[in-house]
Design a protein around this ligand. Structure first.
Ligand code: DGL
Length: 264
């Protein structure tokens, strides 16, 4: 596979564009092929079996685009569909999820500390963060299902978002946490707002920097770093709407042309 082959990135919708942005910032010579499964959004409310089925269909699509690496840019899918996606790919494709790079950092940096995790119901119910961290930290998990739809609707940095976020952060489960992990790729959009509420008392961490660094590390180790981008980035959705196209600008910081593709 040539080093100029693209990086496939997928999410249920636009949340994963925050990951795509972090990848483009760190690795501007890489070509990205993004897939937002808007037809099945939100994943956070779906059963594990359905999310696994979607992940197999999407990774098959990205494989057909000759991606050298695939990033599961969705915590809900990373929680329950990492193994099936792995099994669906050839060994020479680098598969990364948004949970492992972040939890590896937290395991060493917050050893024996009280750590909070917020995410969708699918992510929190899977206990994936709990399982990866509990030997190292004391983990407190809270599902925050209103946040992703609120962000999708553009409610950030306003009265509604601060009321909803504060209500969740004031939940006694999160009392005393030293770090808060944003276990959903939509939440980087409210990272600053959460920082403002905590006033520096809690370290707020999202996975974007960590997954981009991990990708850089693995591409370097396998000699697959692109030297120059040969083809433009491509953005696909399973259900194209005008509002979604508008939102992509808000998430990605630039306009993108969305193509609709039906996978099943
Ligand atoms: N971006 C997805 C995640 O990281 C959440 C949105 C959804 O529920 O589809 O879990």
């Amino acid at each position: 596979m040539p080093s100029s082959a693209p990086i496939g990135i997928f999410d249920s919708g636009i949340g994963g564009l925050t990951v795509a942005k972090a990848v483009k910032e760190l690795l501007p010579k890489e070509q990205i092929i993004y897939f937002g499964d808007t037809l099945h959004l939100p994943y956070g409310e779906k059963s594990a079996n359905s999310i696994r089925r979607y992940a197999i269909e999407i990774s098959t699509f990205l494989k057909s685009k000759n991606c050298k690496s695939i990033l599961i840019a969705c915590n809900s899918a990373s929680s329950v569909a990492n193994d099936v996606t792995w099994n669906n790919l050839a060994n020479d494709i680098i598969l990364l999820n948004v949970i492992d790079p972040l939890t590896r950092y937290v395991q060493t940096s917050f050893n024996n500390e009280l750590v909070g995790v917020i995410g969708t119901k699918a992510t929190i119910n899977s206990k994936v963060y709990q399982n990866k961290l509990e030997k190292h930290c004391i983990v407190r998990s809270l599902s925050t299902p209103l946040l992703a739809p609120m962000i999708e609707e553009g409610f950030i940095n306003n009265k509604i978002s601060s009321t909803v976020i504060e209500e969740y952060l004031n939940n006694p489960i999160l009392k005393g946490v030293k770090a808060l992990l944003l276990g959903c790729t939509h939440y980087p959009m409210i990272h600053n707002e959460i920082d403002r509420i905590y006033k520096g008392a809690v370290t707020v961490l999202d996975s974007n920097t960590w997954i981009a660094l991990e990708l850089q590390k693995q591409l370097t180790a396998t000699d697959k770093l692109s030297l120059a981008q040969e083809n433009p980035d491509e953005f696909y959705v399973s259900d194209k709407t005008d509002s979604f196209e508008r939102s992509t600008r808000f998430f990605f910081g630039q306009s993108v042309e969305l193509k609709e593709v039906k996978l099943s």
